[in-house]
Design a protein around this ligand. Sequence first.
Ligand SMILES: Nc1ncnc2c1ncn2[C@@H]1O[C@H](COP(=O)(O)OP(=O)(O)O)[C@@H](O)[C@H]1O
Ligand SMILES: [Mg+2]
Length: 382
Amino acid sequence: MNGSDDALPNQRSYGTPPAFVREETGEHGFTDLFYNAFRASPIGIALEDMDGQPIFVNPAFCAMLGFSEEEMRQKHCVDFSPPEDAAKDWTLFQQLRSGSIDHYHLDKRYFRKDGSLMWGRLSISLLNHRPSPVVIAMVEDITEIRLAQDELQQSQATLQKLSGRLIEAQEQERRHIAREIHDDISQKLALLANGLYQVARSSEGFDELQHQLAPLLAHVSDIAQALHALSHRLHSSKLETLGLVPAMRGFCREFAAQHSLEVDFSSAEIPDGLSRYISLCLFRVLQEGLSNAAKHSGAAHVEVRLERGDGVLRLSVRDSGSGFNPSSAMHGGGIGLMSMKERVGLVKGTIAITSTPDSGTEIHVSVPIADHVEASQMNALA
Ligand SMILES: Nc1ncnc2c1ncn2[C@@H]1O[C@H](COP(=O)(O)OP(=O)(O)O)[C@@H](O)[C@H]1O
Ligand SMILES: [Mg+2]
């Protein structure tokens, strides 16, 4: 390599170009200029013949891999990479040779002289030069970017596993609390109500006492209803025993009654035997969607539709309320929208929230119902 590596590119001297270049030099000396630019480039560049043999290689490319220009020129382009990467490159190179493409891009690994691997982003283009065409290869070292991407992917996978486990733990806790409410607190409340009825019955003629007992009985009945609804919200036994459609329909009816809201539920062609994860995911999305519509939208009417598409189940929850900005709300304090997204992601589904100010909001979820979903979900939760 000619010139000092510390010198600024425009101060470096690259010596006399190889004969191949000298022969091409025009009267204005342009080739010298371009040859120097080629050598000064911080991006690795190689000129190859149509057989993939380097004709010359710039210093940046040599420095990336630790070989001298002479050593680089003695290699064939497929010698630079592990076989699987070289094979991909060679397939594209053949297409370039046959004229079916005139350029291509490929991220591939290169061997350094010390045996370590470098990730390079390769851009190849065909130069229809006379007397014979040549190929120009540009390589950028993207090793650090790839390492960062790999780390990001790993931490995303860990995060997804964690959120799967958190959701599962939350479901177990909900089931546990719902059972406690149903089996313990509700039973005790029933005993209390029964005792109060006995007192009321045996206090006939004591108007004042009866007068005081009436609101207490009404109060106990209200608490019993609220507990019943809470227990259902935490865990729907209908979902497990009757399946998704009856559970959703029942929930919409109860929700409408409790919130003085009209909820229109419709469903079509829903297959039996859905995975528990898919049913639970869609049920929780419905609960959060309805709860948000009641809490935030101000709408009097919500439409819920569950239908089957090509290999997918689709759920939409649409209100005609105030609307909001979903992307900024997603980063706000609430966890409802975020946990919808997580749950849908865990069953490999997609979620879209469209909202228009004063026209309302639509949550649209699509979940694949092919067999492999259950298996992949099991892995995420394992
Ligand atoms: N259907 C809706 N209509 C209007 N605003 C909504 C609706 N759904 C969500 N939002 C807005 O998005 C925010 C975040 O919702 P969410 O994550 O469920 O949290 P939370 O309900 O606890 O506030 C809400 O506070 C509300 O401002
Ligand atoms: Mg919410």
